[in-house]
Write a protein that binds this ligand. Structure first.
Ligand code: SF4
Length: 285
């Protein structure tokens, strides 16, 4: 029996499919919910604090203001079901908030927020991408920060609350922001002059690159070919597991054949259950 095609693709879904097609099936097609983790909830909190900070007038973006922004964002956790699901005890909560505070402070080690001119924060972008088969797919995502640099050119930034990867792996992590650059070019008719990942974990690091005509065409080809592979996998009901170190963080292990499970049992287990879904199958912020 063929599987239903997902209705859209996002940078995180592209990354999930590339990492493991079966994980993509669980998250994007079967819509199996993934339990929240401390890392994902903390990542969301720090993103919210920085979004508030950058929304202030430039001169007001001080460390004290950032701490207030974090406190404001933290107060909303009381009504956040994912926070409730974590069920942290008092000591664990203290560590959680201390770590979030450290990440917000570290942001100031890597960038001067008073110099940033954001034109979009948590900006929703989408574009209808024509694919070879004559059909089209909606490519969409949320850009953490779109800004104008000193020369008036667009810059796409994505915050990461984990550590920066080793140098040899950094460029491969830029696919998501390259997709955002492609979306900006399609929507605004302007190719960003820079895309960057701002890592706040460990030693704060910015990994950046310049999108080019060649990289833009490569991204278009990559997304098109991934969509074709997804169409074929859906037609054949054939999403294969790809065992890797990411399996350690995968919340779908119990239904994965690599771990003795049956993928069809996942769908049956959640039949009729409302299924909110996070962007990928791994617990990474
Ligand atoms: S456990 Fe590993 S191989 Fe199995 S679905 Fe998850 S990431 Fe893929």
């Amino acid at each position: 029996m063929s599987l239903d095609l997902p209705t859209s693709l996002s940078p995180s879904k592209v990354s999930t499919f590339t990492d493991c097609a079966l994980s993509f099936r669980f998250s994007a097609i079967d819509k199996i919910p993934q339990p929240p983790t401390v890392a994902t909830v903390k990542g969301t909190l720090v993103h919210a604090a920085l979004e508030r900070l950058l929304a202030l007038d430039p001169a007001d973006r001080t460390i004290d203001a950032a701490v207030s922004c974090l406190a404001d964002a933290s107060s909303e956790l009381d009504t956040d079901p994912e926070w409730a699901e974590l069920a942290l005890n008092a000591d664990e909560q203290a560590v959680f908030f201390r770590d979030a505070d450290v990440l917000v402070h570290k942001y100031f080690d890597i960038e001067d927020p008073t110099s940033i001119e954001p034109i979009g924060l948590e900006l929703h972008v989408e574009h209808q991408l024509q694919v070879k088969s004559g059909s089209s797919v909606t490519l969409r995502g949320i850009i953490d920060r779109l800004e104008r640099d000193a020369n008036g050119q667009l810059v796409v930034s994505d915050y990461k609350t984990g550590k920066a990867p080793a140098e040899g792996y950094q460029q491969s992590r830029l696919t998501g922001v390259h997709i955002y650059a492609y979306l900006c070019e399609q929507i605004y008719g302007e190719r960003p002059s820079k895309v960057q990942l701002i890592y706040l974990g460990g030693t704060p690091t910015i990994v950046e690159t310049t999108p080019t005509e060649q990289s833009t065409r490569q991204i278009e080809r990559k997304v098109t070919s991934i969509w074709s592979a997804i169409e074929t996998a859906c037609e054949r009901n054939d999403f294969r597991p790809k065992k890797s170190k990411l399996c350690s963080w995968c919340s779908y292990q119990q239904w994965c054949p690599e771990f003795g499970g049956n993928p069809d049992d996942a769908r049956k287990a959640f039949e009729g259950v409302e299924r909110p879904v996070r962007p990928n199958g791994f617990s990474q912020a």
